[in-house]
Design a protein around this ligand. Sequence first.
Ligand code: GDP
Ligand code: IMO
Ligand code: MG
Length: 431
Amino acid sequence: MANVTVIGAQWGDEGKGKIVDWLASRADAVVRFQGGHNAGHTLVVGDKVYKLSLLPSGIVTGTLSVIGNGVVLDPWALKAEIEKLEGQGVTITPDNFAIADNCPLILPLHRDLDGLRETAAGAGKIGTTGRGIGPAYEDKVGRRAIRVCDLAHLDHLEPQLDRLCAHHDALRAGFDQPPVDREELLADLREIAPFVLQFAQPVWKRLKKVRKAGAKILFEGAQGVLLDVDHGTYPFVTSSNTVSGTAAAGSGLGPGSTGFVLGIVKAYTTRVGSGPFPTELNDDVGQRLGERGHEFGTVTGRQRRCGWFDAVLVRQSCAISGVTGIALTKLDVLDGFDAVRICTGYRLDGKILDYFPSHAADQAAVEPIYEEMEGWRETTAGARSWADLPAQAIKYIQRVQELIETPVALVSTSPEREDTILVRDPFLDRG
Ligand code: GDP
Ligand code: IMO
Ligand code: MG
């Protein structure tokens, strides 16, 4: 079996969508296993641009696309996204799209709470996407979530609503908000239920069937390892585990199913939202990276913070997530720089660190130690083979893989699907 698990190895927006779309035509199924519509994955195919938040990127190639139980699902956002994609000519039916019936729902009350908390947090705010992701995961773990399968049993929802509202009404009162309008919530759920239920099923069964000899499953991660609730820059993280191991638990398959772990790595670093970022550049160079890389959030439109490549962070992400090989993306954004820098270590309280410490104060205090390399004047944009790359760009790639102790499997040189250099096919990997 040659499954592939795609995960972000930085703070998200590494180009996962583009790579998943490129790989999707060789897969039998594409599965989202965590996160929700906080993700924003952009796919460029010819003159068409697709922006996906909740749907697996495989939907555009017509590959069976599955939302696993590890995702938190906003049914209204789902409907809007399906309608938008259908408007772009993408076909979405129960034949090519399935939702785990044990997937927890994001409700309007989760979005309310996300916003209220962020406003109240003042300088301590996380800078969430405001989509209710954190509160929905809290309710899942707190055993008071409404799940997809509940949509078929709305006449028996009272005990669950009692538990859910007992919790939320107390929180809302603290924010001077009225209690949850249960009638309105039930009416909204009744209205959306048939739409969601047409796709709902025990997807572990469907995936089990897919896993016949030679079948390939592509797991599509959202966010990135540094936003992982355990391993990321806590508390400035998302509320799910974004590491590769989640692919199994979040879709109903065993731990051996993740296959080749493809870490998606941007050739520099970006972050959206609050939190530490050692190589952040608040100068012309940072601005130039942002402009050349069009670094604006797909979901919230916020400007992404930009900085040099941080090899310490990516080495750590690759180790934590068992990355087999990386896809290095947005190399073309570095075209035309006289010199490029890579962070190879940190200085903290007079000591040199070769890892990112766990405490938020230390994470904020570390000073990057840089290595400088000569840049390249030639363009890498649109390169589709190693031979198309200038010698200095190749040296940069080689230095990156040396420092992160992980080989490069793919290189991406533009937003366009086909502008991708294949070094080692993840689906053919047996090692
Ligand atoms: P994701 O969240 O990891 O899927 O990444 P996003 O889609 O949020 O952000 C990546 C952005 O970079 C998107 O606008 C992509 O179209 C674009 N992109 C992806 N790969 C490349 C690349 O190699 N070069 C350039 N210039 N843009 C890229
Ligand atoms: P993709 O899949 C980048 C960030 C938010 C915020 C933090 C918590 O496109 O890479 P949340 O709404 O999840 O509670 O916000 O996580 N964040 C992302 N940043 N890319 C993403 O997804 C993100 N999803 C969440 O900006 O800092
Ligand atoms: Mg994104």
